[in-house]
Design a protein around this ligand. Structure first.
Ligand SMILES: [Zn+2]
Length: 79
């Protein structure tokens, strides 16, 4: 499989998928078997996982996080 974005090699890996919750905060699902481009990092999440994540996002309020990480936020101005 080749990356649709850059044509790079796509490999199977275990990674994490970032989603944005309704309130704008991030939520990360990890341990997902997905395909990722070695070149640009574009992720291709298999349908069954995309579906599962979609289901979980429906009931995001009930999800219990395994861990909480802090995420750096960089503001870029003057574009
Ligand atoms: Zn790519």
């Amino acid at each position: 499989m080749r990356c649709f974005e850059c044509g790079g090699e796509v490999i199977q890996t275990i990674g994490s998928v970032k989603m944005t919750k309704k309130d704008g905060s991030l939520i990360i699902f990890k341990g997902i078997a997905l395909n990722q481009c070695r070149q640009c990092g574009e992720q291709y999440v298999p349908g069954k996982w995309a579906e599962k994540i979609g289901e979980l996002m429906q009931k995001e309020d009930t999800l219990v996080p395994r861990e909480i990480i802090s995420v750096p936020v960089i503001a870029i101005s003057g574009v």
